[in-house]
Design a protein around this ligand. Sequence first.
Ligand SMILES: CC[C@H](C(=O)O)C(=O)SCCNC(=O)CCNC(=O)[C@H](O)C(C)(C)COP(=O)(O)OP(=O)(O)OC[C@H]1O[C@@H](n2cnc3c(N)ncnc32)[C@H](O)[C@@H]1OP(=O)(O)O
Length: 308
Amino acid sequence: MAAISGITSHLSFTVLRKLLSLPSMLTTHFVRSTSSQPDLQAIRDELEKFQGGSVDLEMDDQSGIAIMMLNNPKRLNSLTGKMMVDMANHITALEKWSLGKGLVLVGASGNFCSGGDLTFVRKALHYGEEMAAFQHDTLTRLLNLPLVSVALLQGHTLGGGAELSTACDFRVMSSSARLGFVQIKMGLTTGWGATTRLVHLFGRQKALGLLTSAKVFSAEEAEKEGLVDHVLSYALQPEEELSVCKNWLASNYCGYDADLTQAVKSSVVHCDLSGDLIESLRNERRVFGQFWGGSAQRVALEAKIKHK
Ligand SMILES: CC[C@H](C(=O)O)C(=O)SCCNC(=O)CCNC(=O)[C@H](O)C(C)(C)COP(=O)(O)OP(=O)(O)OC[C@H]1O[C@@H](n2cnc3c(N)ncnc32)[C@H](O)[C@@H]1OP(=O)(O)O
C-alpha cells in the first residue's frame, strides 16, 4: 500500500477506505465469512479424525529458536487433518513463548511439504471450506507470531506446501528444491490463504502469474524471481541444511534480546494489519516508551558501541 504522508492525506485515505469499505489486507483475527462464523473447535475435532503423520515442535530456550517439523515423510510431509491440528496447537504454544526469537518450519527427511495429503483430500471433499477456515486461522497466527520465522524449502514444496511457505517471514531454499503453486492444475484455487498473502508479498501481477501458471520453480529460478530470500550451497547434505538455516536465522535476525525482537515483530505486524498510519505510529510510540531508559539501552550506552 503506497506510503501516505501527512495527516490530511491520512484522513482522506481513512474516509476513502471506509467509503470503499476496503477490507484490511490481513487481520489479526480469523477473517469471518459473511454467511457464518466457523466453529473452529468443531472443525478441529473433525480434522483430528483424519490421522497420519505429525507436526513436532522443539523450543530451545537457550537460543530462542524453535524448530517445527512436518513429519509425514513417506508421503513427502503432505498434511493430514491431524497434522493441521498439531500445527495449530504448536502455534498457540509459540504465541506464549517469552524466550522466543525465531522459528524454522521444516519438513522431515529433506523434503518440505507436497501439499494436502491426497488420501485426506479425497476423504474430506465434503469439508473444504471448513478445512480452509481452520488453516486460514492457523496460518494467519503463524505469520503474526512475535518471532522471526523462516521456511526451509527442501525437496518438494507444492500446492498447500507452497502456501505454508508464504506464512513465514522468510524462505530459504535448498539448491535442488522445487517450489510451485499447483492448485489450478488440481482443479482448485488456494485453500490455505496463499492468494491473499502472495498479493501482499509480491503484488497483484506476480501473484496472479504464480497462481495461473502453476509453474514449478527451481531454486535458481525462485531466487531470480524473488520468491525466496536465500539459496543454500549445493555442497550441503539435507541434514546439514537445517543447521545452516537455523544459523542463518540466528545470525541475521535473532541476535538480540527476545523481548526486543518480539517487540519489533509485533510492531511490524500491527502496522501491516492496521492499515492506519496514525494508529500504527501511536502503537510504535507506545512500544518505544517501553524500552527508552530501560536496562538494554543503559547497557548499550555504557558500552560506547561503534557500529562499524
Ligand atoms: C489446500 C491444499 C491443496 C489442495 O488440497 O488443494 C493441495 O496441496 S493438493 C496436493 C498438491 N500436491 C500434489 O498434488 C503433489 C502430488 N505428488 C507429486 O506430484 C509427486 O509425488 C512429487 C512431484 C511431489 C514427487 O514425485 P516423486 O516421483 O519424486 O515421488 P512419488 O510421487 O513416488 O512420491 C513419494 C511418495 O509420496 C506420496 N505423496 C507425494 N505427494 C503426496 C501428497 N500430496 N499426498 C499424499 N501422498 C503423497 C506418493 O504417493 C508416494 O507414496 P507411494 O506410497 O509410493 O505412492
